[in-house]
Ligand binder design. Sequence first.
Ligand SMILES: NC(=O)c1ccc[n+]([C@@H]2O[C@H](COP(=O)([O-])OP(=O)(O)OC[C@H]3O[C@@H](n4cnc5c(N)ncnc54)[C@H](OP(=O)(O)O)[C@@H]3O)[C@@H](O)[C@H]2O)c1
Length: 310
Amino acid sequence: MENKKAYVITGPTSGIGYETALELAKHGTVILVGRSKEKLQQVEKTIQQAGQNAVSIVCDISDMTSVKHAAQKIIDLKLPLAGLLNNAGIMPQKATKSAQGWDMTFATNHLGTFALTEALAPYLSESANVVNIASAIEDPERKPAKIMGMKGGQYISAEASARGEWKKGGTKLAGIDAYATSKQCVLASTLAFSRENERLRFIAVEPGITAGTGLGAGDTPAFLRAIFGFIFRYMPPFSKYSSTPKKSAIVITKILTDTSNKTGIYFDEKGQPMRGSELAHDIKFQDRVVSETHALLAKYKIKLVAANER
Ligand SMILES: NC(=O)c1ccc[n+]([C@@H]2O[C@H](COP(=O)([O-])OP(=O)(O)OC[C@H]3O[C@@H](n4cnc5c(N)ncnc54)[C@H](OP(=O)(O)O)[C@@H]3O)[C@@H](O)[C@H]2O)c1
């Protein structure tokens, strides 16, 4: 494949990730990482029909063994990896377990993102951007979240999160504590990595309240989604924070392909720097999330050997 640059994107088969994959294809080869082979092939075909390059890697990001194999396959492609976009995410109402027996939301949103990043980091090009899709829902003080009765991340420890346990005093909305906590860990780890790793750039993005994606669609009644879609798009204060998959794709692609060496920044849906929760910006908390996540993942230590070293 004769493209100068390649970008890895997780969750390119729906919503924000799908639009971003199409947008990214204008900048280089897109390495599509998703759990459904059929859906990946469809996206790959769409990109190739536009005369651009894409390659698919099947991976269940909630399963650490699958992440390990996928990372190795990506490395074996030997493409110049100019960026990694950790976009795959879920927000189910019902708690289920991952392949390792961990809370599915925490495993998908935080552990999978963390494990893939660590596995690929040594193989990313110098100064490559690692962009993690966070969510403003992690911040208990964020206006739209507050109005909806959300209470932000409810972190006890990485082990407790993996067991699906959240601090008392969380929200009454099903699935939201798991989602907000996982995204708080995504943001905290992004900021910690940006301090620790001088070779790469680490950025978090809040894509905005984006109706019409698959997020929460699985077990949320269609009429409720339609009502919320309308409210989010047109009613203040929600409308101020709302976006569409296409708009988000443009903002995210600009950030992922940026070469100005920005690191440790959290961008909002308009591509402007924003603040997350006080806790996510607390260095002690960031370091605790990283060390506890390492300890949890230690069992699945992703030991990769470059193809040319085997
Ligand atoms: N929509 C919003 O309002 C909003 C707001 C803030 C943050 N976000 C974040 O934005 C990101 C994209 O969400 P979206 O709204 O575009 O939702 P979406 O349409 O449901 O897209 C989620 C993507 O993640 C993939 N995915 C889910 N579980 C996976 C797994 N175990 N392994 C591999 N891939 C998996 C999905 O694959 P399948 O196609 O196979 O399901 C899909 O491609 C998420 O991280 C989300 O948390 C969204």
